[in-house]
Design a protein around this ligand. Structure first.
Ligand code: AKB
Length: 324
């Protein structure tokens, strides 16, 4: 039975997924298969060969996907983000860990049937860090997450390395996957407003100030996190996945560009919208989470191993991306 050669994307209807599909559809002459809990109705739906509406926890569904498609690469984007995960840590663990294990097992079955390692992209996060100083974190320090989301992301990083280097090692197993991961900082998109995240205060501020001329910020004015413009996040995914197997020795990488505080970002964008106003109504749990994440991260490893570099700094993000 001939299986359809495909790229599989979970969480395809999310912020990153919708932008990734546009880029992949323009670069690859291959079927794009999506799995999401909700139908994708936006303009990207015409770039998707087969839309599967379902849950990553449904093992029978993933078995059917395994039978029908010969998967070249997996982009596993489905997750419950940091703030929303704190409302239901047990559900977050089930989706973020057990759902991802189902996908890792699918990748392993595909690697076995194709007798080659399937590339598996996993979006990790700065949420894996737990730090209370101005340390610019490298990949292997301060890995003390205070959220279920951060703990989930850190565990899956370790599982991804296991499935890529040591899986089933007592049985002389040869089937492995090619796990690759980016520890995303906050992401800002001109097209969508994120929800359920804790870094959302910067993208929310842009869209609220642009459209409503007022934003009530849920963290204090000094809150500062590393960020990437969405085009750079997508390019980082593509460049990482296209890098040679021998180049990506570390498999897990920090990437970042700029790191404004809430007030610095407002002062910049209020020059474009001078009639706008900002207020601060602190959510103390979300403030505690933001305070536990690094103000900045070191992305030297990505620069050295696969020539990563961001194209949009803060001013270019506002003037050449968000305002365009
Ligand atoms: C979140 O805020 O949960 C995400 C992230 C930084 O991983 N945007």
């Amino acid at each position: 039975m001939i299986r359809k050669k495909s790229i599989l994307i979970s969480g395809a209807g999310g912020e990153v997924g919708s932008e990734l599909i546009k880029t992949l559809a323009n670069r690859e002459n291959i079927n794009i298969i999506t799995l999401d809990t909700h139908p994708i109705t936006s303009q990207i739906s015409n770039k998707i060969s087969d839309q599967i509406t379902g849950n990553i926890l449904d093992k029978n569904l993933l078995d059917q996907i395994n039978l029908e498609y010969e998967i070249k690469e997996i982009y596993h984007l489905a997750a419950i983000l940091s703030t929303r995960a704190e409302l239901s840590p047990d559900i977050a663990h089930d989706v973020n860990v057990n759902g991802t294990i189902n996908f890792l097992e699918l990748a392993l079955k595909q690697s076995r049937s194709q007798a080659k390692r399937i590339k598996f992209f996993f979006p990790s996060s700065i949420a894996v860090y737990g730090v209370n100083n101005n340390k610019v974190c490298t990949e292997n320090e301060y890995l003390n997450p205070i959220t279920i989301y951060g703990a989930n992301k850190l565990y899956i990083e370790k599982l991804g390395l296991y499935y890529s280097e040591h899986y089933n090692q007592l049985s002389n197993n040869k089937d492995l996957i090619d796990f690759r991961s980016l520890r995303f900082p906050g992401l800002i998109s001109s097209k969508t407003i994120p929800s359920g995240g804790t870094s959302d205060f910067i993208p929310e501020m842009w869209h609220h100030i642009k459209n409503h001329k007022h934003y009530d910020c849920f963290v204090d004015e000094n809150s500062r996190l590393p960020f990437l413009a969405m085009p750079d996040a997508i390019n980082a995914i593509i460049d990482l996945m296209n890098s040679g197997h021998s180049d990506i020795k570390s498999r897990i990488y920090n990437v970042k560009s700029f790191n404004p505080s809430a007030s610095e970002f407002y002062n910049l964008i209020s020059q474009i919208f001078p009639e706008s106003k900002i207020s601060y109504t602190i959510n103390h749990v979300r403030q505690k989470i933001v305070n536990s994440w690094p103000n900045d991260i070191d992305d030297q490893l990505a620069q050295e191993e696969w020539n990563w570099s961001a194209k949009y700094n803060l001013n270019e993000t506002v003037n050449n991306y968000l305002l365009v």
